[in-house]
Design a protein around this ligand. Structure first.
Ligand SMILES: N[C@@H](CCC(=O)N[C@@H](CS)C(=O)NCC(=O)O)C(=O)O
Length: 219
């Protein structure tokens, strides 16, 4: 069994990887990277992940970054866990990757523009925030329409794609995106929150917050 260490921050997108690890029932160590204190830029963390991002999963001493890559790796290693639906055709596998990439490269940057506009501009952050909101609208509408006929992204069964989407739309909500026009997303949210691996990830994050003490709240 590989030795796994997750670098993360409670509430950040690293929660997707943590949920995947929990869903696969894996043993792993976790260490917080305090983004509020800029720890991602420290020489110590850059030596672990030169890109300065979380999540970072260190597998037997080797770095793997990016939620999409990490969950794909975990799925390849533990297909029986069901992070993604089983496939019988390489095209279906590539389509699953396309879903993960589109969340990572489409949703996430728009959420960040909305939730943390100062990362995208040295000018007026409110313009960027508004643009982020605008870019999210068609994504939210598309998700709402898809969820009209199914409880989860791929149909009847949960997959890690649901948790990745959840993280994006709930983080957008923290950036004042109004989710009230999207009742199917509201039901999806309740289903994702009820998922056991998600609940276990929250417990693990809570333990990390307790270890951080006041540092969790220092901007
Ligand atoms: N597409 C990447 C995004 C990773 C990312 O941007 N993570 C944020 C936390 S949600 C981060 O590390 N931010 C620190 C920074 O950009 O300085 C993924 O999903 O893994």
């Amino acid at each position: 069994m590989a030795e796994l260490k997750l670098y993360h921050l409670p509430g950040a997108c690293s929660r997707v990887t943590m949920t995947a690890l929990e869903h696969c029932g894996l043993d792993y160590e976790d260490e917080v990277v305090n983004l509020m204190q800029g720890q991602q830029h420290s020489p110590e963390y850059r030596a672990i992940n030169p890109r300065g991002k979380i999540p970072a999963l260190v597998v037997d001493g080797k770095l793997l970054g990016e939620n999409a890559a990490i969950v794909s790796y975990l799925h390849m290693e533990h297909p029986e866990a069901g992070l993604l639906p089983p496939i019988s055709d390489p095209l279906d596998g590539a389509r699953q990757l396309a879903d993960l990439f589109s969340i990572s490269a489409g949703w996430h940057p728009s959420v960040r523009a909305n939730r943390m506009p100062v990362r995208w501009t040295t000018g007026d952050p409110e313009e960027v925030r508004a643009r982020g909101k605008q870019l999210l609208q068609p994504l939210l509408e598309g998700l709402e329409a898809r969820l009209a006929s199914r409880p989860f992204w791929y149909g009847q069964e949960w997959s890690i794609v649901d948790t990745y989407l959840y993280w994006n739309y709930t983080t957008a909500e923290e950036g004042q995106v109004d989710l009230s026009p999207f009742p199917n997303i509201a039901s999806h949210r309740a289903r994702v929150e009820a998922h056991p691996a998600f609940q276990r990830a929250l417990v693990r994050e809570k333990a990390a917050i307790e270890r951080m003490g006041d540092a969790f709240y220092v901007p």
